[in-house]
Design a protein around this ligand. Structure first.
Ligand SMILES: [Zn+2]
Length: 408
């Protein structure tokens, strides 16, 4: 899936197909709405007649709606503005984590409706789908009995095959080759279900963002650090998947072959050094595993607790975080050396401690990158309040109407 850059789409207007022109119009309206037909003609450097033709089609299909806006008057009458028709139905976004699953309901252009809720993640796939379906039915009922759900986007901490809807390997959940779409078809027949890996969903959330500073970042990497490490790589504006859906699995590249055990079965993976559990293990001085919980204190203690202890002067907590920072930087150096992106995004709970760890991260990157310029690769922190995983999950449902996979 490739995003149309609303500021640079000249490639798509030269003798392009009707389908691509439709996608450009939809993208422009979504990014700049409300827009008049005259604005659109100007932005696309085409005449009003062409625009009228395209808009009439989109109005007829219910993808676009008309509305007046505010006090703007042109020669005494209010111009008619165009909007994306967001009332078509709702999209459901799910962020599945080893501990809990988070759910957000949005309109058809990805705007949040109501609060984000969370519930414990069931490890048995059939029970998992049943619990999610129950939550979805409840959410639709609570939102005024909205009948139409446009689709469900699910973010999984593991490798997925989007085409078949199969979770290929999610070590944290203990799932291998689980076809979720088949199970969903029994619970919610006819509903579109899209799966994506968590790191890639985060990368997608940035491609799909209408935030100004995101535009034009055609080569970027998103590193999401939480229960595990998810990495999404975008090259030439396109998310990289690979032949078998494992492209970008930097989380399982070893920093040391003698390092701590990883959930994938190997030793010393990057994830085993920088995940939240790895940081907590360092703090408590022993290897923790959520599968064999120790004391209640250990189980209920979160990375956020550790960060606040570090802030209130607990030097052990600060040292644990700074070790993570060093390992994070060493792994990021490998990512930068391999991809040479124009930008790196970092998300996850660890970003709340960014002011405490930034210098260690940058120092480690500089130490291991192959040339000086790579050491200065810009890093952008994506705070937890932006919910990149959930935004990526929504994009799985809503973006295909706007993205132009065929644009060269
Ligand atoms: Zn691993």
């Amino acid at each position: 899936m490739r995003r149309i850059d609303p500021k640079n789409f000249s490639k798509a207007t030269r003798g392009t197909s009707r389908e691509i022109n439709r996608q450009i119009v939809l993208t422009l309206i979504r990014t700049h709405q409300p827009l008049s037909r005259a604005d659109l003609a100007r932005l696309m450097e085409t005449n009003r007649a062409n625009i009228t033709l395209l808009i009439n089609e989109l109005l007829e299909e219910g993808l676009v709606r008309e509305g007046a806006q505010g006090n703007l008057r042109v020669r005494g009458r209010k111009p008619t503005f165009l909007y994306i028709n967001s009332a078509k139905g709702v999209a459901i976004a799910l962020d599945v984590r080893a501990t809990r699953t988070f759910m957000m309901v949005t309109d058809s252009i990805g705007k949040q409706i109501g609060d984000i809720i969370s519930f414990p993640t069931k490890y048995d796939p059939t029970e998992f789908v049943a619990s999610i379906s129950w939550q979805i039915r409840k959410a639709l009922h609570d939102n005024g009995g909205i009948a139409s759900c446009e689709g469900i986007g699910i973010v999984i901490p593991g490798m997925v095959d989007r085409k078949t809807g199969t979770v290929i390997n999610a070590p944290k959940l203990g799932w291998k080759y689980v076809n979720l779409i088949e199970i969903f078809e029994k619970e919610l027949p006819g509903t579109e279900v899209h799966l994506e890996n968590s790191g890639r969903a985060c990368a997608l959330s940035q491609i799909w963002s209408t935030r100004e500073d995101v535009h034009g970042q055609n080569d970027s990497v998103f590193v999401s650090v939480s229960d595990g490490v998810g990495v999404g790589v975008v090259i030439n504006g396109e998310l990289i998947r690979g032949k078998h859906n494992t492209a970008g699995e930097f989380g399982h590249v070893p920093l040391s072959i003698d390092g701590p055990q990883c959930s994938c079965g190997a030793n010393g993976c990057w994830e085993a050094y920088v995940s939240n559990l790895a940081t907590l293990s360092r703090y408590f001085g022993r290897n923790l595993s959520r599968k064999q919980p120790e004391s209640i204190e250990v189980v209920e203690f979160t990375i956020e607790d550790l960060i606040s202890r570090a802030r209130s002067g607990d030097s052990k907590a600060l040292i644990a975080l700074q070790s993570t920072a060093r390992y994070l930087g060493l792994g990021l150096a490998s990512v930068i050396n391999a991809i040479d992106p124009s930008f790196i995004y970092i998300g996850g709970e660890i970003t709340e401690a960014w002011d405490l760890i930034e210098s260690q991260v940058r120092e480690a990157i500089k130490e291991r990158t192959l040339i000086k310029e790579l050491g200065n690769t810009p890093i952008r922190i994506v705070p937890a309040v932006e919910h990149p995983r959930l935004q990526g999950a929504v994009a799985l449902v809503t973006a295909p109407a706007f993205a132009a996979p065929k644009v060269a």
